[in-house]
Design a protein around this ligand. Structure first.
Ligand SMILES: [Cu+2]
Length: 152
């Protein structure tokens, strides 16, 4: 009886270990609108998908071309468009997190090298469970790839 109980215990520990490591989220469509030379910040856009049946949480992003990265959301407050920082973002089970112009974006601050169109930047996403995911973003001329809502 004791031997059987131990075996059941070992099996459930194994199942718990498996459940703790769901498939890693997938990142794609990563791009950075080119900014004027000398710009001190860039926006970053991408799509993050979660194939797992459990929710994830994006807690930090790093860039190989910026000193720091913040998670921002563009919102309208008192009739004015403004950006708010998010400390982390929920990634629903089997859902997605879309960073796109006018909404969620990465705020890439203090570039450490010049980013002309065509340049590549490696973004590293870190999740609440400690796992990380890297994706390469291409710098693109924003005027030809996305509608610009500031006019002119
Ligand atoms: Cu921002």
């Amino acid at each position: 009886m004791i031997r059987r109980a131990l075996l059941v215990g070992a099996l459930s520990a194994g199942a718990a270990l498996g459940a703790a490591a769901p498939p890693l989220p997938l990142a794609s469509e990563a791009w950075i609108p080119a900014a004027p030379p000398g710009a001190r910040m860039h926006a970053g856009y991408l799509l993050v998908r979660n194939p797992a049946p459990v929710a994830q949480r994006l807690v930090a992003v790093g860039s190989d071309a910026h000193a720091r990265v913040e998670l921002h959301e563009t919102v309208v407050r008192d009739g004015a468009m403004t950006m708010e920082q998010r400390r982390s973002l929920a990634l629903p089970a089997r859902g997605e997190l879309r960073f796109a112009p006018g909404g969620l974006h990465l705020m890439l601050l203090e570039p450490t090298r010049e980013l002309a169109p065509g340049a590549r930047v490696v973004l590293r996403l870190r999740f609440a469970d400690g796992r990380t995911l890297s994706v390469t973003a291409e710098v693109r001329d924003a005027r030809t790839t996305a509608p610009h809502h500031h006019g002119s």
